[in-house]
Design a protein around this ligand. Structure first.
Ligand SMILES: Cc1ncc(C[n+]2csc(CCOP(=O)(O)OP(=O)(O)O)c2C)c(N)n1
Ligand SMILES: [Mg+2]
Length: 562
């Protein structure tokens, strides 16, 4: 169709296009697009990470995408398609640009009960921005370009391409094609839409007049790479910053204006500060239930302004006094350029109040963060991680109590650290860490997960070893899914029976030994003084490492205040 067509197979074209988009790894369970894998070997340097399940392949691609800020690719043959779709749920919720490729039905055999036949396409509908079939080999170039364009544009998100043939055998066919790529869509964000000047001015005027304004920064700040502009504007106008769980790396926890993660999996000081604010400025956050503790923090009706790249996000949950459509970095930079720093003095008392709230929080949790208890208190792990993480670390955290402990109690200490979290799916973090390490081999990658979370995809330790992807995984091993404890207490009317524990506890396990058997470095830690040396050893090991920390099954993470 375009200018430089030549006859080639779908496999040659797809391999060249993925390489052209800068894809370095694909994550998959065979057999799908087999000829494409052969062409990848002949024509490109793309690593074909063959793993133990389609869901973990999707999580690896998701971790890769979030860490690199560029699309992550995962693949499955038709029989594994719904396993892969299940793995896109977290990417969908977290707005991560994952491109899923599956084999699919052939018009020649449709509706004839051919082996493995199911119409998988509808299952991808709720977890993708684009969900299409490629039925003619000549459509590979334009559909792959559209996949990259859609995954990275606006609010990013997953897409699904189904290739004709159980194993996507359409890649064997030939056509006149051009393996043209649009480099712009190899990364997030492809464009930086500039805000309208009048909208910037209106928002800035409100912020400058306010006495107790606060930023609530979300994952859009990371997607836009707007951390520096956010912190600079916060400093210029003396406005504190709370973040969503997904936006935790928008500002280091060590910054005096940082008040912590707000919402349900949160830090008490952040909820108190947001509830005291006279103006909340949401930046790159959906203002969803988790970030606002089901719209109680702040209460609906609190004066609010919002900055987002997606027009339909503006005002969804909070009536707005001003809204600014645009790329977060562009908007914040425009505000900074016009900021009246002299207005900062109006907020001196508020900044002092923030300092007090910060101090109160550290005072209240000091003993937990430094706890010498055995079995180990999970808060101590957070305290140790805050001290030990290198400046360029990527920290990846599972959900449930893992999200609560780390969201509330872990502090990033530098602008160059990254933090990514499961958007709710237990078991996401460990494979996502493998994907992140594949994407960023020079950066230390440390995963924090519970034991229930680790069990999900434990077989991928073997994958990490086989492909030499040396992420470090710390397992908060309490022998059960203890986030379920409170819920079952309630279900049993206050106190559980002995048998009720069958519903959420496991056999005791030494994950360090299991990891060693699979070829990784395994370190078992039973005393809090062992955490720091274990982290140091694991980070220096240059091979996948599992740190198994024996913790207290009775320790419950603090719940949100509102
Ligand atoms: C896919 C999925 N299924 C179920 C849940 C519900 N869930 C949340 S936390 C949790 C238990 C977590 O246990 P573990 O990872 O060991 O952490 P702990 O609470 O023990 O610290 C469960 C079952 C979930 N979040 N995701
Ligand atoms: Mg557990």
């Amino acid at each position: 169709m375009l200018g430089h067509n030549r006859r080639m197979t779908g496999a040659e074209c797809l391999a060249d296009m993925l390489a052209g988009y800068g894809v370095t790894h694909v994550f998959m369970v065979p057999a799908v697009l087999r000829r494409t894998f052969a062409e990848m070997e002949r024509r490109t340097k793309i690593a074909r990470i063959h793993c133990h399940g389609e869901k973990s392949a999707a999580y690896m691609a998701d971790g890769y995408a979030r860490a690199a800020g560029k699309p992550g690719v995962c693949m499955a043959q038709v029989i594994g398609a719904l396993n892969l779709a299940a793995g896109l749920r977290d990417a969908w919720l977290a707005h991560s640009p994952v491109i899923a490729m599956t084999g699919g039905r052939d018009p020649k055999t449709k509706f004839r009960k051919v082996y493995q036949e199911i119409d998988d396409v509808p299952a991808f509908e709720p977890v993708t921005k684009m969900n299409v079939t490629i039925d003619d080999v000549a459509r590979i170039p334009d559909m792959v370009r559209q996949a990259f364009r859609t995954a990275t544009s606006g609010t990013p998100g997953p897409v699904h391409l189904q290739f004709r043939g159980n194993e996507g055998q359409i890649d064997l066919e030939e056509a006149e094609m051009e393996a043209l790529v649009e480099a712009q869509f190899a990364r997030v964000p492809p464009f930086r839409p500039q805000p309208e000047a009048a909208h910037v001015k209106a928002a800035l005027d409100l912020l400058q007049k306010a006495e107790r304004p606060i930023f609530v920064a979300g994952g859009g700040v990371r997607a836009s790479g707007a951390q520096a502009e956010l912190v600079a504007l916060a400093e210029a106008l003396q406005i504190p910053v709370a973040t969503s769980l997904n936006g935790k790396d928008a500002i280091p926890g060590s910054h005096p204006l940082s008040i912590g993660v707000v919402g349900s999996y949160s830090r008490e000081s952040a909820n108190r500060a947001v509830n005291r604010a006279d103006l909340v400025c949401f930046v790159g956050t959906e203002t969803g239930g988790m970030t606002t503790h089901f719209w109680a923090v702040p209460a609906i009706g609190t004066p609010a302004i919002q900055i987002d790249i997606e027009p339909e996000a503006l005002g969804r949950n909070y009536p707005l006094q001003a809204s600014v459509l645009g790329d977060a970095k562009a908007v914040l930079a425009a505000m900074l350029a016009q900021a009246d720093k002299s207005s900062a003095s109006r907020r001196a008392a508020w900044v002092e109040e923030i300092a007090t709230l910060r101090g109160q929080w550290y005072g209240k949790y000091k003993s937990a963060l430094e706890s010498a208890a055995v079995p180990i208190h999970p808060a101590r792990i957070c305290g140790e991680l805050s001290k030990a993480m290198p400046d360029d670390a990527i920290v990846i955290v599972d959900t449930g109590h893992a999200g609560m402990w780390m969201g509330g109690m872990y502090d990033l200490r530098s602008k160059t650290q990254s933090y990514m979290r499961s958007a709710g799916h237990l078991g996401w973090a460990f494979p996502a860490g493998i994907g992140a390490k594949a994407a960023c081999p020079q950066r230390p990658v440390v995963v924090f997960t519970g034991d229930a979370g680790f069990w999900y995809h434990i077989g991928e330790v073997e994958t990490a070893v086989r492909w030499n992807i040396p992420s470090v995984t710390l397992v908060n091993n309490n022998g059960g899914g203890n986030q379920s404890k409170r819920g079952f207490d309630r279900a049993y009317g206050g106190e559980q029976t002995q048998q009720a524990r069958e519903l959420w506890t496991y056999r005791p396990m030494n994950f360090a030994r299991l990891a060693e058997d699979m070829g990784a470095l395994g370190i078992r830690v039973e005393h809090p003084s062992g955490i720091a040396p274990a982290l140091e050893r694991a980070l220096a090991a240059k091979r996948p490492a599992v740190i198994d920390v024996a913790t207290d099954i009775e320790a419950l993470a603090p719940t949100a205040v509102s």
